[in-house]
Design a protein around this ligand. Structure first.
Ligand code: PEP
Length: 258
């Protein structure tokens, strides 16, 4: 049986001391648990090293929220995959809908980011998801197919095997509107089928597909219990240690029930 993954995306929140307080509170919460779930915390760039230091004594690993699609050099303000690795990041979110929408990231740029992350031994958490209007127009599967095909399908089998996919319906992110377990399961199964058609059954089965979008302590167990939901990418609820730990507990319960 596969374990679950719970990843926290802090987005652009917390000052340095607040970040330290939250990291310590999460580390203390995890201390009391015998964990089978893989816990990943993705703080803003300036806190990566601190998070990596704290993680050494705890049960979580550290991820970044973004990476440059350029390798290195004169790109003021950019942060490269090699820098992330050297600061202690083992994973990195790519293609979050906020970056696709506000920073106009294209599928082509996202594919380059994935390549650079893999080349630097960082696991990409590749986000896909439809807008509300796209769901209403029956375009959900087409949108997901396009995002996955263009962002990931240039990879070889052994490369895609290292990628985590996060299904995050845009209409559910930060809105309090969660996908129903049926809606989540339907899209997760579709994603797994796409992977299977291109890379075969074993790769598809082993692929981690996380759900993200207003996941909270009240709905996590039901969502994580869906056959093709391998855990969650958590935004708002990862900013409170108590809620984040409760969601991790839901993942643990799910594995025990399996
Ligand atoms: C996210 O931004 O990745 C996310 C899932 O946010 P929230 O949980 O706040 O909807």
């Amino acid at each position: 049986m596969k374990n679950k993954i719970v990843a926290g995306n802090w987005k652009m929140n917390k000052t340095f001391p607040e970040a330290e307080e939250l990291l310590v509170a999460i580390a203390e919460g995890l201390d009391d648990m015998t964990l089978e779930t893989d816990v990943i915390i993705c703080p803003p760039f300036p806190y990566l090293e601190m998070a990596a230091d704290i993680s050494e004594e705890s049960n979580f690993t550290v991820g970044a929220q973004n990476v440059s699609y350029m390798d290195k050099g004169a790109y003021t303000g950019e942060v490269s995959a090699a820098m992330l690795k050297s600061a202690g990041a083992d994973t990195c979110i790519v293609g979050h809908s906020e970056r696709r929408a506000y920073f106009k990231e294209t599928d082509e740029e996202l594919a380059k980011k994935v390549n650079l992350l893999l080349a630097n031994d960082i696991v990409p958490i590749f986000c896909v998801g439809e807008q509300k209007s796209e769901r209403e127009n029956g375009e959900t599967f087409n949108v997901i197919r396009r995002q996955i095909t263009q962002g990931l399908f240039h990879l070889k089998k052994e490369e895609i095997a290292q990628v985590i996919i996060a299904y995050e319906p845009v209409w559910a992110i930060g809105t309090g509107l969660t996908a129903t377990p049926q809606q989540a399961q339907e899209v997760h199964a579709f994603i797994r089928q796409l992977i299977e058609e291109k890379y075969g059954t074993e790769t598809a089965y082993n692929m981690y597909i996380l759900y993200g979008g207003s996941c909270n302590p009240g709905n996590a167990l039901e969502l994580f219990s869906c056959t093709d939901v391998d855990g969650g990418l958590i935004g708002g609820a990862s900013l409170k240690a108590e809620d984040f730990i409760a969601i991790i507990n839901a993942a643990e319960t799910c594995m025990k029930n399996d």
